[in-house]
Design a binder for this molecule. Structure first.
Ligand code: EPU
Length: 341
């Protein structure tokens, strides 16, 4: 027995469901609260051959136009302890939980693993699809398994971490299995003993302090860094980093370094180097530039923002112009991290 009927909205504005604040509409919007409800919804949609798009909090997508189908959203919210041993504790978390609410609870109880990922906008289900990352940590490092429902059959399938093909901001759910499985819960493995990653610039200050910082202290520092660099989605619309940081062959890096000796870079392996896209975009003179209602964020040029009245085309055009100038100046093709819908 359900307490309330499944929430179904027609001709529904997605304005509150994407952090870029694009005022586009979905033919139908359905929010479900349990796996049983999801299966029921999928059975109905399958019969009418409806186009489906599943979203989290819309913090990593750009709606380019109205969506002529059904947008699904998980409202499955719970955090439950599964097991623990001397070193680890496992939590099963509903896909509709706000990601940072989970991080806050883990840090409060001093469980290590999610603190560097604090304050990333979005929900738990999407975290496992996008392999969110920040300050030297990617979420795959704490994922134990991912619970899903197959769209075509309504059957459950649990993916072990090694089946998810995790990579930099990438997973099997964005590639071979795109749109085929809906994440309903994620099981995370946190560390009961201090296990920290303090390699990112501003976090290195902890290294000179005595003792190991608490998960809460690292979380607080991460939140301070994010607040100083990144726009608050509630104040200025954006989808975080718009492009991925490009990975290029060592020879291509050497060619750039011959002209720009100070080009920032990180070794990926002995053949490949990652260059910050923010640096490439800044070198091309884009920092703070506006195009229609869209702009390049002045404090972090990897972020495109909606100045209040941006249309999807303003953002699409600005992104294309940036790609073009980076390509002309550095012979590097940038790829959006944001999903165009
Ligand atoms: N930089 C500039 N000019 C600037 C800002 C940065 O040249 O105005 C250069 C600097 O060399 C700096 C480097 O870019 O050292 C890296 O900048 P930052 O540390 O801000 O990180 P990022 O590479 O731009 C990535 C993630 C962020 C994540 C941060 C911190 C991607 C696409 N983005 O950004 O993730 O928070 O590292 O780990 O990997 C997101 O995915 O939405 C996101 C915000």
């Amino acid at each position: 027995m359900r307490d309330m009927p499944i929430s179904i909205q027609h001709h529904y504005s997605l304005l509150k469901h994407n952090t870029f604040a694009m005022d586009v509409k979905a033919k139908q919007f359905i929010s479900y609260k349990s796996v049983d409800e999801l299966i029921e919804v999928l059975n109905t949609l399958r019969k009418c051959g409806e186009r489906i798009l599943h979203i989290g909090s819309g913090s990593n997508l750009l709606f380019t136009k109205d969506f002529e189908g059904t947008v699904l959203h998980s409202d499955i919210k719970f955090i439950e302890e599964v097991s623990r041993d001397d070193q680890h504790i496992l939590f099963r978390v509903g896909s509709g939980m706000v990601w940072d609410d989970f991080c806050a609870q883990m840090a409060r109880d001093n469980y290590y693993g999610s603190e560097n990922l604090s304050y990333i906008p979005g929900e738990v289900g999407a975290s496992a699809i996008q392999n969110i990352g920040a300050y030297g940590v990617e979420v795959e490092s704490i994922i134990h398994e991912v619970e899903t429902i197959e769209v075509a059959t309504g059957l459950p399938r649990v993916f072990q971490t090694n089946e998810c093909e995790y990579d930099y901001r990438d997973s099997i759910f964005k590639n071979n299995l795109r749109g085929q499985y809906i994440v309903t819960a994620v099981v995370f493995r946190l560390s009961l003993i201090p296990k920290v990653n303090l390699d990112y610039g501003p976090l290195q200050a902890f290294k000179s302090q005595e003792g190991v910082p608490t998960a809460k202290a690292i979380r607080d520092a991460v939140i301070d860094i994010r607040r100083s660099k990144l726009p608050e989605p509630s104040v200025l619309g954006s989808a975080g980093s718009f492009f991925k940081n490009p990975v290029i062959p060592v020879e291509a890096y050497q060619e750039i370094a011959a002209t720009y000796a100070d080009v920032p870079h990180y070794m990926v392996d002995d053949r490949h180097i990652k260059i910050p896209a923010a640096w490439l975009i800044e070198q091309c003179g884009w920092k703070g530039k506006q195009h229609g209602g869209a702009a390049v964020y002045e404090k972090q040029p990897l972020i495109l923002v909606n100045m209040g009245n941006a249309t999807p085309d303003d953002i699409i055009e600005l992104a294309a112009l940036i790609e073009q100038s980076v390509k002309e100046k550095f012979k590097i093709q940038l790829h959006p991290e944001v999903n165009y819908i």
